[in-house]
Design a protein around this ligand. Structure first.
Ligand code: FAD
Length: 320
């Protein structure tokens, strides 16, 4: 079922979450350990991130370093299929521009359609560590809006190359399309107005809902929603929440994702004596945020597990 149908049918605020495929070499069982406890709360859909190949250095037997192009977390589509199979819950694969030609994207969408996947979260992807700024793949897309258009076109039965397409009277595809939104603006955007302008273009191109980047101050989210609505963006906006789980994140999250962590939270985390204490503070903060979002009428609250499902369990247990 589509994410927007889940939202339309819901009688109360829903909870969903995002997981990362396990590191290359690990077992799918890792994912099931993450998911099993969370299933108690009946998430209507689960997102699975996509990790493109990047240049990594691996140590050879002789101790020398070798540069290899590899994805450390492959398996997004397989995990989506496994989730649907094991739990009967909708899986939402993330689909990115990075590393994909239009033809590869089309083939990936055909796979997803054959697997019975109804939703995709369409993203541009970050630049590779070796790139100063994002470089569009050959015959691929530079911005998420272009990828949204491709998915939408396929929904209308328009393949990128019609040479070998069997004619059907009706389109085979009907993906529900999600896109990313940034309550504190995207890192590369010169200002919020510009970022909202391009967000609106993604919606006009066919996006059905927005999931936000994590934020730690609900006022930022409420103001973002207000701005979106006044720009005429009327699709559901799903807030993204992540509990702080280490002191290191006080620096790494703001610099990596361009977001602000309120002073009050920073001070509390800094005072924490150990990791367990930090997690407790992060969880309590996220519970407070979630309660407020729920009371304000959020249709879904989306959690970033980032390999820490036990923290999400504690939050959701307190909320749902
Ligand atoms: P876009 O919407 O293309 O925007 C990128 C930047 O370009 C913005 O600054 C925007 O303002 C600007 N812009 C947009 N269109 C134009 C235009 N036509 N002309 C000029 N400027 C323009 N990354 C992954 O690799 N895998 C994942 O699974 C993943 N999941 C994510 C899930 C969520 C909920 C979020 C919020 C992010 C996720 N990301 C993921 C990270 C995401 O790929 C990065 O934030 C990326 O840098 C931007 O992606 P986007 O889809 O927002 O890009």
């Amino acid at each position: 079922m589509k994410v927007i149908e889940h939202i339309a049918k819901a009688k109360k605020s829903l909870f969903s979450f995002e997981i990362l495929p396990p590191l290359r070499g690990r077992d799918i069982q890792d994912i099931f350990y993450t998911l099993d406890p969370l299933m108690e709360f009946c998430p209507p859909f689960i997102d699975v991130t996509y990790h493109r190949e990047e240049f990594l250095y691996v140590e050879k037997e002789n101790g020398l370093l070798q540069r290899k192009k590899i994805s450390r977390r492959p398996g997004t589509v397989g995990i989506c299929a496994a989730i649907m199979n094991k739990y009967g819950v909708d899986a939402v694969p993330h689909l990115i521009c990075g590393g994909f030609s239009k033809q590869m994207t089309e083939n990936a969408l055909i796979d997803l359609n054959f697997l019975g996947i109804d939703n995709v979260l369409v993203l541009r992807g970050d630049p590779l560590k070796s790139e100063k700024s994002f470089i569009a793949p050959e015959n691929g897309h530079k911005y998420a809006v272009e990828l949204v258009k491709q998915v939408k076109d396929l929904n209308l039965g328009k393949y990128i190359d019609t040479t070998f397409v069997e004619k059907k009277e009706f389109p085979l595809f009907d993906f529900c399309i999600g896109v990313a939104g940034y309550p504190e603006k995207h890192l590369e955007a010169p200002n919020m107005e510009s970022d909202l302008f391009f967000l609106k273009r993604k919606v006009e191109a066919g996006a059905n809902y927005i999931v936000t980047q994590m934020f730690f101050d609900n006022k930022k989210f409420f103001s973002f929603v207000e701005k979106c609505r006044s720009e005429g963006i009327s699709v559901p906006i799903i807030p993204g929440i992540k509990p702080i789980s280490s002191k290191k994140q006080l620096n790494s999250l703001p610099s990596r994702f361009y977001l602000n962590i309120p002073n009050e939270l920073v001070k509390e985390v800094e005072k924490a004596k150990n990791k367990k204490n930090v997690s407790h503070i992060g969880i309590e903060w996220a519970i407070h945020q979630s309660k407020e979002l729920k009371n304000s009428g959020a249709e879904v609250i989306h959690y970033y597990t980032m390999d820490r499902p036990e923290n999400i369990y504690k939050i959701v247990q307190a909320i749902y």
